[in-house]
Design a protein around this ligand. Structure first.
Ligand SMILES: [Ca+2]
Ligand SMILES: [Ca+2]
Length: 99
């Protein structure tokens, strides 16, 4: 879809400019899907419900935490498995009942 078509699809002026120059709709910001090439539109968003922040950029389902597979590029979802209490990084919500 061309930038112009995208803009008209968004309606009004509710658009977000990615650092890459791509234009997305404001409703696509923090919707859990990467619309900017570098996930920029999802950076800094609070993760909804049953998800955790991954790489400080994206949210992954917390059923993917400590499942033995690295879902985060840096493996943070597998990093603190088996540790207790303050082993978890600040801001990450890792519940005990995910198994
Ligand atoms: Ca998005
Ligand atoms: Ca995982």
């Amino acid at each position: 879809m061309s930038q112009t078509a995208r803009l008209s699809a968004c309606g009004s002026d509710d658009v977000y400019l990615c650092a890459s120059g791509d234009v997305i709709c404001m409703v696509q910001v923090c919707d859990g899907v990467a619309d900017c090439p570098d996930w920029e539109d999802e950076a800094g968003c609070a993760c909804p419900g049953d998800t955790i922040l991954c790489d400080d950029v994206i949210c992954i389902d917390n059923t993917n935490v400590c499942d033995g597979v690295k879902d985060c590029a840096d493996g943070t979802d597998e990093e603190h498995c088996g540790e207790s209490g303050d082993g978890a990084a600040a801001g990450r919500v890792v519940t005990e009942d995910i198994l």
